[in-house]
Design a protein. Sequence first.
Length: 194
Amino acid sequence: MTCSEYFKNFSDLIDGDTLEEGSRAFEEHLNECSVCSRYRQVIEQGSALLRTLPEPRLSENFLPRLRHRLYHVDDQRSLRSATTATTPLAVLGMAIILTVVSWLPTLRDTTPEAALDAVVVDQTPRRAPRQPLVIMSSSEFVAPPFTNFSERALTDFREGLWDDAHVLLFEYSPLSQRSRQRGVLRRTGLNQER
């Protein structure tokens, strides 16, 4: 038995919580080590001195307060021992994981290969830009009989509202798309009896 083991287990020896074999090992160590035997003598003399002193008067709430403080001392030890080991290990583990994840794309030298199907494009025949159905050209503008255009609107159409750039503007506007689309009739079968 070493001195550190003796000091560590000394309270168990005094309390009588050690086995007979452990007690023999303590006694053998006391015969060999003068430091540990001096330690035991000091403890025994101090205990004898404390027993000779008169018993102190304690307040009524001393024992509950003592138990409460001892409970918190044990609680702090367990919290310290739990956080002491896990916190650095958790931080180290997270650092390693983040390092591996951040370097993973650069560690791979291979470029992914993707096989794509060939794209074949057929050129559709070009169509001339369409103008509104009412207007054939700016000089031949004819207003339908049921419309009531002002004279200024008629002159705007006659003077080239739909010429050149305005034709392109109309061609790529939503109005052109609406005039090209035809109504689609879908049969829903709502009028049939079941």
